[in-house]
Design a protein around this ligand. Structure first.
Ligand SMILES: [Zn+2]
Ligand SMILES: [Zn+2]
Length: 311
């Protein structure tokens, strides 16, 4: 088999055109840096200083002593995201490497929970905005691949990989602290440990242990299904010490995992085809290839994930 290597090279971004991140600035004045590097800036989700010194009972970030406003009751997968899904139902599996079949569909109204204070909930909202942008972008790409139009126009889009990573971490917390996440019918929040400090570091400092963060994979030979559904499965340690390690999320046909606890089995993840922090996703159909660029801090090596549309 001949592999066309050029196919896997990201197209150049024109510095003089509108930035493909969805902003209204030219690329050179926005995400495009010197030497062609690309980084989308998303504002910090740490609440504005000074810290309040209060810990709200029931807020899962209460240990940071920076709560205010009482408990908020909001969808922890925000409505900005849910409204992008035309079938807003959520499927939840037990543990992702178990065979499917233990899947449960829950309505979106069961995704509200009293798990954050008002101050933390609003501080985290830029993550939902970026997740909404990500979903709209991927839907536009899917629509373009579907179209019978003869246009070969290539779409190039930029999404902050860091914000997507943080958003999935937030979803993982929502599932856990609302006690929805379960394994063999038992709620994992009852007897599994989650590392508070790791969650706060990931959300507020974007500091992750090595081999932790956003993973993505292509399920080989698998048709992209459930474009409008979101499916989530907690990942737990299969050891006597029960730990909540991460989450797998399938959303609009893409498979992600966010691993926040370093005690996971990195070798198994690699064997299952998971790749840490992809920089590019190319969507290829016969006449067209569209590019989704995920941006990361400097130093993340280029990793292209190629999704081929099956006939
Ligand atoms: Zn930009
Ligand atoms: Zn709080």
């Amino acid at each position: 088999m001949v592999i066309d290597r050029k196919r896997l090279i990201r197209p150049t971004i024109d510095p003089h055109l509108l930035c493909p991140c969805g902003s209204t600035k030219r690329a050179a004045a926005c995400c495009l840096g010197a030497g062609g590097s690309v980084r989308k800036f998303v504002k910090s989700v740490r609440p504005h200083p000074p810290t309040t010194g209060n810990s709200q009972n029931g807020c899962y970030l209460g240990h940071t002593n920076d709560c205010a406003g009482g408990i908020s009751r909001e969808h922890y997968i925000s409505e900005d995201v849910l409204e992008e899904l035309s079938e807003p139902a959520v499927a939840i599996d037990g543990v992702f490497w178990l065979p499917p079949g233990e899947r449960q569909i829950v309505g979106i109204n069961s995704l509200t929970a009293n798990i954050l204070c008002v101050r933390h909930n609003s501080a985290l909202s830029p993550l939902d905005a970026e997740a909404g942008h990500f979903l709209r972008t991927v839907k536009r790409i899917h629509a373009s691949l579907d179209t019978k139009s003869v246009s070969r126009k290539r779409l190039i889009s930029i999404v902050s990989g860091e914000a997507l990573e943080q958003w999935i971490l937030k979803v993982a917390c929502g599932l856990f602290y609302s006690k929805i996440a379960s394994h063999n019918g038992l709620r994992i929040a009852i007897d599994h440990a989650i590392e508070d400090a790791v969650i706060a570091e990931g959300l507020f400092s974007k500091r992750w242990f090595s081999n932790c963060g956003l993973y993505m994979r292509v399920a080989i030979g698998q048709r992209v299904t459930g474009i409008n559904a979101i499916s989530m499965a907690p990942l737990i340690a299969l050891t006597p010490e029960k730990r909540y390690l991460g989450i797998r999320v399938s959303i609009i046909g893409l498979e992600f995992a966010v691993i926040f606890d370093p005690r996971h089995d990195a070798a198994t993840l690699a064997a299952e085809g998971w790749r840490l922090r992809p920089t590019d996703v190319s969507f290829r159909s016969k006449p067209r290839t569209h590019w989704l660029i995920l941006t990361w801090p400097a130093g993340v090596p280029s990793r292209v994930i190629e999704l081929r549309r099956l006939p």
